[in-house]
Every structure is written in structure tokens, then in C-alpha cells.
Design a protein around this ligand. Structure first.
Ligand SMILES: Nc1ncnc2c1ncn2[C@@H]1O[C@H](COP(=O)(O)OP(=O)(O)OP(=O)(O)O)[C@@H](O)[C@H]1O
Length: 189
């Protein structure tokens, strides 16, 4: 039987004194993609952070394989040029693979630019390229379309499709529909 890359078993989370969700169980299998939906403040980012191991469930268990998280806090050295900042996360990946990840998010022209000077959308694309460059089979994407223009959104769809084809899986929190086929996980009050 195929092992899940992410498993939530009977998870409850209390945050700020409020029960955000309880008895939440799901598996994310290789090739799978789950989009978490729901109104502001319902707990979408908290669910992503649980999956990332950055929050501990109040009840239940979360099991995940090696993962890459892309959220608003882009984990790249702000003082380094983008190419070098990304290379830090590309251990075990050859130059061709690094170039491919840069091309995937149209970042080739920005490799010499310090991370701190990137625009909002460029920074978002850099964070997504970091996930693509890591060897992590599980991608966790918090509002991946924030700041992305149409072309970049299509690039993300393509990157997600390729990742899934190669046996990876994606959990994304997004207010807006994401391209491709996603299993919807709607959080409700
Ligand atoms: N560090 C924290 N300490 C206590 N409560 C928090 C903390 N961060 C978030 N919360 C609360 O947890 C709840 C869920 O927040 P979360 O950011 O997960 O929601 P969300 O669905 O992602 O919202 P949005 O759509 O606005 O991004 C909110 O009520 C929020 O106030």
C-alpha cells in the first residue's frame, strides 16, 4: 500500500483560546493535491503550520515526510544575490537543475539581484523556486497566488503539475481557485 506523504489523524487545534478545528483527518498521497479553503481567520494558515511541524496539535497527530514550506516569510538570505541564496537550498542539485528551477519561475534575469531588493511578486516566485529546488516530496504553500501576476500563476500551475507527476504532493491554502485538479478541504466555523 502507498504510504501518505502527510497524514492528519483526529487533529484538533486551539489557538488564541479558540477551537479552530477538531477531528480533522486526511491523507495526502504521492501525486495528490489538497486546497484548504475558508474565510479569513478560520485557520487555513494554522493548518499549513501544523503540517510543517511549526505548531503542535492540541489533540491528534500530524505525520509528514520531508517538506518545503512557501509562505510570506521567504526563507532566503536577504543580503545575498538571488542565485546564491537559492543555491544554498539546492544541495545535491546540479547546475542544470538549478537553472531549470530559475526558468520555471522566470527568475534567470534576477540571479545577481540581492533578495532584499526583489518586488513582492518576484519574492513570492523566489520562495516557490526554493520549494521546487529542495528535494522535498511534500510542498506546503500558504496563499501561493498572493502577489503573482497571470503568467506567474500559470508557472505555478505547471510547477505543481510536474511535482505531482514525479510523485510529490501539495497542500495549499488559497482563497482563490488554483489551476489543475485539487481535492478541496473546506474549513467552516
Ligand atoms: N500567533 C497566534 N497566537 C494566537 N492566535 C493566533 C496566532 N496566529 C493566528 N491566530 C488566530 O488563529 C486564527 C486562525 O488564523 P489563521 O491565520 O490560521 O487563519 P486563516 O484562515 O489563514 O486566515 P486568512 O484567510 O486571513 O489568512 C485567527 O483567529 C487568528 O487570530
Amino acid at each position: 500500500m502507498t504510504s501518505p506523504l502527510l497524514r492528519f489523524s483526529d487533529v484538533a487545534l486551539v489557538r488564541g483560546g479558540r477551537l479552530l478545528f477538531e477531528r480533522l483527518s486526511f491523507d495526502l498521497l504521492p501525486g495528490g493535491a489538497v486546497q484548504v479553503l475558508g474565510p479569513n481567520g478560520i485557520g487555513k494558515s494554522s493548518l499549513i503550520r501544523l503540517a510543517a511541524g511549526l505548531l503542535t496539535p492540541t489533540e491528534g497527530t500530524v505525520d509528514a515526510v520531508n517538506l518545503a514550506l512557501s509562505d510570506d516569510k521567504v526563507a532566503l538570505d536577504r543580503e545575498l544575490p538571488l542565485g546564491r541564496a537559492l543555491a544554498f537550498w539546492a544541495k545535491g542539485r546540479g547546475p542544470d537543475e538549478q537553472s531549470a528551477a530559475l526558468r520555471l519561475f522566470d527568475l534567470q534575469g534576477l540571479v545577481e539581484v540581492p533578495v532584499r531588493l526583489l518586488s513582492t511578486g518576484q519574492l513570492k516566485r523566489a520562495g516557490l523556486a526554493r520549494a521546487a529546488l529542495s528535494s522535498a516530496p511534500l510542498w506546503l504553500l500558504d496563499e501561493p497566488l498572493n502577489g503573482l501576476d497571470q503568467d506567474s500563476a500559470e508557472r505555478l500551475d505547471h510547477a505543481v503539475a510536474m511535482h505531482r507527476q514525479s510523485g510529490g504532493a501539495v497542500l495549499a491554502a488559497s482563497h482563490v481557485p488554483l489551476g489543475g485538479a485539487w481535492t478541496r478541504l473546506e474549513l467552516a466555523a
